[in-house]
Design a protein around this ligand. Structure first.
Ligand SMILES: Nc1nc2c([nH]c(=O)n2[C@H]2C[C@H](O)[C@@H](COP(=O)(O)OP(=O)(O)OP(=O)(O)O)O2)c(=O)[nH]1
Length: 310
């Protein structure tokens, strides 16, 4: 079967809406909605293809194009290798220069239909926020109040995806602590994952679980929960996370951290080599702060994970 390379872009406004385009009359799959982009021309790189396509199709000049994920989709007559970019800044006002209809859509509630089947996973992924906060807590007096305070602080800062990791706590007390956390987060439209414990996640109404790399490698089937995130450190763990259909992973350590002084960070080059061909969102983790977001995205990260200890 022939295989073609295609570059397309998630062009995203500040309000989170993304630009979608209808495939015009005369093209294959006319009437289906897609992200703007198209086939590589002979000798072109992915970067060159996306820059040219977005100018030809929409009349916009890209300021920065972040290379994101790559994946293949098998159509009845061909394999399409999709190279996906994320665009947050451009010059010009997008318009359908090839007669195609365009629409700004909220990724969580897309109104245009039908979509190209290869694009479902992209829409699910881009509903995720750019920052993933990990709240670590050990047993300590007043832990419930301290956790709630930290949660409120993060929610007020605009964080909408959090993992809560409480060590050494009996299951009943754990649920008692998690329920109000989940309820409050949901009032802000935020999602909560609990670390490592599927029954706890279900009983506390959390949105998902986060697995350690050890738990991941011992698991053969995906837990039955909406969101699954996983800690990964190398290529084989990433590959298993893909097999288990994790929604996203954190890949660490990018830099060495005070909590793991004997482990050296992999650095951005290795991070990019590991994530470059992955079909899922990856949060860069370990020794980072929010100023690292653009650097992370230049190296194929979806966003960054930041840890916060109690
Ligand atoms: N542009 C784009 N193509 C996609 C997406 N998802 C997806 O499966 N594809 C597939 C559909 C097509 O088989 C292929 C893109 O081919 P195309 O015909 O649009 O490319 P093009 O704009 O260069 O078209 P042309 O100049 O050859 O007419 O990639 C997407 O979101 N955007």
């Amino acid at each position: 079967m022939p295989s073609i390379n295609v570059a397309f872009a998630v062009v995203q406004r500040e309000d989170g809406h993304v630009l979608m385009a209808e495939r015009p009359y005369g093209k294959e799959s006319a009437g289906f909605w897609e992200f703007p982009g198209g086939k590589f021309e002979s000798g072109e790189s992915a970067d060159q293809a996306i820059t040219r396509e977005l100018y030809e199709e929409l009349g916009i000049r890209l300021k920065v194009a972040y290379p994101w994920i790559s994946y293949s989709h098998i159509y009845p007559d061909k394999i399409v290798k999709l190279h996906v970019y994320r665009i947050f800044s451009w010059e010009g006002t997008p318009s359908g220069r090839e007669g195609q209809r365009i629409s700004w859509e909220n990724p969580s509630s897309v109104t245009v239909t039908p979509l190209l089947p290869a694009n479902e996973k992209i829409l699910q992924a881009i509903a995720l926020p750019l920052i993933y906060a990990i709240i670590n807590a050990g047993p300590c007096p007043g832990i419930k109040v301290k956790l709630m305070r930290r949660l409120i602080y993060l929610l007020e800062q605009g964080v909408r995806l959090m993992q809560v990791r409480i060590r050494s706590m009996n299951p009943d007390q754990h649920i008692q602590i998690m329920r109000p956390i989940v309820n409050l987060a949901h009032k802000y439209g935020a999602k909560i994952l609990v670390n490592g414990n599927e029954p706890l996640a279900l009983k506390s109404g959390a949105d998902g679980i986060h697995l350690s790399a050890n738990q991941l490698m011992n698991m053969r089937t995906r837990p039955c929960i909406p969101l699954l995130s996983v800690s990964c450190h190398n290529a084989s763990e990433l590959a298993h996370a893909v097999t288990l259909r994790a929604n996203f992973v954190s890949l660490s350590p990018v830099r060495s951290t005070p909590t793991h002084p004997n482990v050296s960070g992999m650095g951005w080059k290795k991070f990019a080599d590991l994530t470059n061909k992955l079909p899922m969102p990856v949060y860069a983790f370990g020794g980072l702060d929010s100023d690292c977001l653009a650097t992370a995205m230049r190296h194929h990260a979806y966003g960054i994970a930041l840890s916060s200890n109690i």
